[in-house]
Design a protein around this ligand. Structure first.
Ligand SMILES: [Mn+2]
Length: 284
């Protein structure tokens, strides 16, 4: 259930300037409440020790959103990521997460409950939609104000070592801005507000997917990267086993596609796939 994809440095002789000074960079895709497999995978990758504490010094670890829902202990995953963030910061490292569509869904359920939101396709509520998409009542009951505020204030996008990190494989981020900073600020401003319809629109936009697949996919991801920066998009949200039409248990590594300009790292953990802990840059 746990897979570790650690690349050796393939660019040692092409980028020798600061290679020695740049601490390792890892990403983890959609955990969806699977705290146990996550800890096992982080342990196997030597990012945490046998007691589950940060053991990787200055290493940077980005989660790509969707920490909760579908699996048994979403709030446990949130707490783990927050604690590792504190432990890593104490030794010069970094652990953080991006905002995924399920964070907005869970937080929207907490904030708006079953309040009906008028949409062209009919009225919706966050709570019902969340329940239909794997929401766990135990997570909603356990989530504290502090955890909710922390989740709500996570960025939607990050740039790290020339990688554009995002939850979803979509151009929808461009609806909010044309730089990483402006997209993050715009989404943050929406979620600081109390308008259920605007929250719903954020959820809907971040739920879009598959924009970089098939014909024209390479051109579309190139456009995203040209605007927002980075030479490769690294994303979660759309499970690799679904993209490859294989059994989740057969997935062992991230999926490079769109001419190598997109890298999917969501192993489909919730459906029985591996918890991929991927070191960047990933070869291929
Ligand atoms: Mn998602």
């Amino acid at each position: 259930m746990c897979g570790v994809s650690i690349s050796t440095s393939a660019r040692a002789d092409s980028d020798a300037t600061t290679e020695q000074d740049v601490p390792p960079l890892y990403v983890v895709g959609d955990v969806h409440g699977q705290a146990g497999p996550l800890v096992a995978a982080l342990t196997e990758a030597a990012l945490v020790d046998d007691d589950g504490h940060w053991a990787a010094g200055r290493t940077r670890l980005w989660f790509l959103g969707d920490l909760t829902d579908r699996g048994p202990d979403g709030v446990g995953v949130v707490e783990l990521v927050r604690r590792l963030g504190v432990e890593a910061r104490e030794v010069g490292g970094m652990v953080d997460t991006l905002l995924g569509n399920h964070e907005i869904l869970l937080l929207g359920s907490r904030k708006f409950g079953d309040e009906l939101i008028d949409m062209p396709a009919g009225a919706r509520s966050f709570l019902t939609t969340w329940q239909l998409n794997g929401g766990r009542d135990s997570d909603l009951a356990a989530l504290t104000d502090e955890q909710a505020d922390w989740l709500r204030s996570r960025p939607a996008l990050a740039l790290a070592d020339n990688h554009l990190l995002a939850h979803s494989d979509t151009l929808a981020y461009l609806e909010y801005g044309d730089t990483v900073g402006s997209v993050n600020r715009a989404l943050r401003a929406e979620l600081d507000g109390d308008d259920a319809t605007r929250w719903w629109d954020c959820f809907r936009q971040l739920t879009r997917r598959h924009d970089f697949r098939g014909e024209g996919g390479e051109e579309r991801v190139g456009r995203l990267l040209d605007i927002l920066g980075g030479s490769r998009l690294v994303h979660g949200h759309s499970p690799i086993p679904e993209q490859l039409a294989v059994d989740p248990a057969e997935v062992t590594e991230p999926l490079s596609y769109a001419g190598g300009r997109a890298l999917s790292v969501d192993g489909g953990l919730f459906a029985g796939g591996p918890c991929l802990v991927t070191r960047l840059p990933y070869p291929g």
